[in-house]
Ligand binder design. Structure first.
Ligand code: XUL
Ligand code: CO
Length: 439
């Protein structure tokens, strides 16, 4: 059965094309820096937004028109249909990866046993669709935030039974991720945070979170799951204080609890914005600390203070994001997962295609701009020049840790004239970036 009738595989037609069902910039086989575009970008579909999100918001009901959801009202039958829809969509879009939460793909049952049985049944279908199409699982995860039992968090719940329940759920989610040969497993701290210190033992909660992650690492070894674990930072929403605030916070958490060798980061553009950072800042920190894992590609609205999860269309941002990824050596296990949803007023089936086309084209442009900036060493040469005083003389001694305050005092007292500061040339650099974007 075909669900997207009349829509054929989306092809690259070039920037003159007026066809809304064509890529204008994303040309999967085109080589950039010696590698195919599709292998730089590794686009992934987020099952939760594309197959499950129905357009509900705090003020209104579902708006999405999804004809395949009308075929049956039985949740398991609906889940089976959605798998077929998902794979037809990914094939038509040329998306070679996907990501899911356990509860996106199969409905939760009345008991854990029933939930796991539902998962197994759906995973059978997903597995055969993956074989048929060659589409791969970028990462799996467990939804530890929707059910009311997680109202106070999962591994950071004040209730030990909830900790145990969450562990049981993650155990199963890891097993199915392994079965589907997922290259990663993500922990986004859904409700791992707090609203008020008046009722929160923050130290115990954070210690427990780390204990939970160690258990996951141990279990991965036990079952031979070799995928990469990721933590996805986010500063707020749903809780007021999310423990995984941003890259810097997560990196120091991983170091403190001796998890730094087992986890990398899955960095999301809109979460960076909410933390008051740029995406390139967040990625740069991860790269510099050896923990860049994967990216949740989307964009927020700078006028709004919440996670709008829009498809990325801002090519200035995609260029600087891709620049940091190239600078970091590119993706290994990770990719660009569209943790993005169409607006609730973009409710037609076609909008799912337009959203992904917009995102893929924006990242293709970003990649090409970033590759040219990298090849021409625009930013790198400027950095080398700006920091050149650390390559020789006293600067070299500082970097090589050969001097302390006394030696530096002696050096500066002997120096009659200080070397001049140089302009940072920010505006020049910004206009050069624009020149590279406009071409
Ligand atoms: C929530 C978010 C999640 C994670 C996966 O803001 O980004 O969808 O990506 O749990
Ligand atoms: Co995300």
């Amino acid at each position: 059965m075909e669900y997207f009738k009349g829509i054929t595989k989306i092809k690259y037609e070039g920037s003159d094309s007026k066809n809304p069902f064509a890529f204008k910039y994303y040309n999967p086989e085109e080589k950039v820096l010696g590698k195919k575009m599709k292998d730089h970008l590794k686009f992934s579909m987020a099952y939760w937004h594309t197959l499950v999100a129905d357009g509900k918001d705090p003020f209104g009901n579902a708006t999405m028109e999804r004809p395949w959801d009308e075929i049956t009202t039985d949740p398991m039958e609906q889940a089976k249909v959605r798998v077929k829809v998902a794979f037809e969509f990914m094939e038509k879009m040329g998306l070679e990866y996907f990501c899911f939460h356990d509860r996106d793909i199969a409905p939760e049952g009345k008991t854990i046993e029933q939930s796991n049985k539902n998962l197994d049944e759906i995973v059978d279908i997903i597995e055969s669709e993956m074989k048929r199409t060659g589409i791969k699982l970028l990462w799996g995860t467990a939804n530890l935030f929707s059910n009311k039992r997680f109202v106070n968090g999962a591994s950071t719940s004040p209730n030990a039974d909830i900790f145990a329940f969450a562990a049981t759920q993650v155990k199963k989610a890891m097993e199915i991720t392994k079965r589907l040969d997922g290259s990663g497993f993500t922990f986004w701290g859904g409700r791992e945070g707090y609203e008020t210190l008046l009722n929160t033992d923050m130290k115990l909660e954070q210690d427990n979170f780390a204990r939970f992650l160690h258990m996951a690492v141990d279990y991965a070894k036990e079952i031979g799951f070799e995928g990469q674990f990721y933590i996805e930072p986010k500063p707020k929403e749903p809780t007021k204080h999310q423990y995984d605030f941003d890259s810097a916070t997560v990196i120091s958490f991983l170091r403190k609890y001796d998890l730094i060798n087992d986890f990398k980061l899955n960095i999301e553009t809109n979460h960076a914005t909410l933390a008051g950072h740029t995406m390139n800042h967040e990625i740069r920190l991860a790269v510099d600390n050896g923990v860049l894992g994967s990216v949740d590609a989307n964009q927020g609205d700078l006028l709004l203070g919440w996670d709008t999860d829009q498809f990325p269309t801002n090519i200035h941002d995609t260029a600087l994001t891709m620049y940091e990824i190239i600078r970091g050596g590119g993706f290994n296990t990770g990719g660009l997962n569209f943790d993005a949803k169409v607006r609730r007023s973009s409710f037609s089936v076609e909008d799912l295609f337009y959203g992904h086309i917009a995102g893929m084209d924006a990242y293709a442009v970003g990649l090409k701009v970033a590759a040219r900036l990298w090849e021409d060493r625009v930013i790198e040469d400027n950095l080398a020049k700006r920091y050149s005083s650390y390559k020789k003389g006293i600067g070299k001694d500082i970097v090589e840790e050969k001097v302390g305050f006394k030696e530096l005092e002696k050096y500066i007292l002997n120096k009659k004239v200080l070397d001049l500061n140089e302009s940072g040339r920010q505006e020049l650099l910004e206009s050069i970036i624009n020149q590279y974007i406009i071409g």
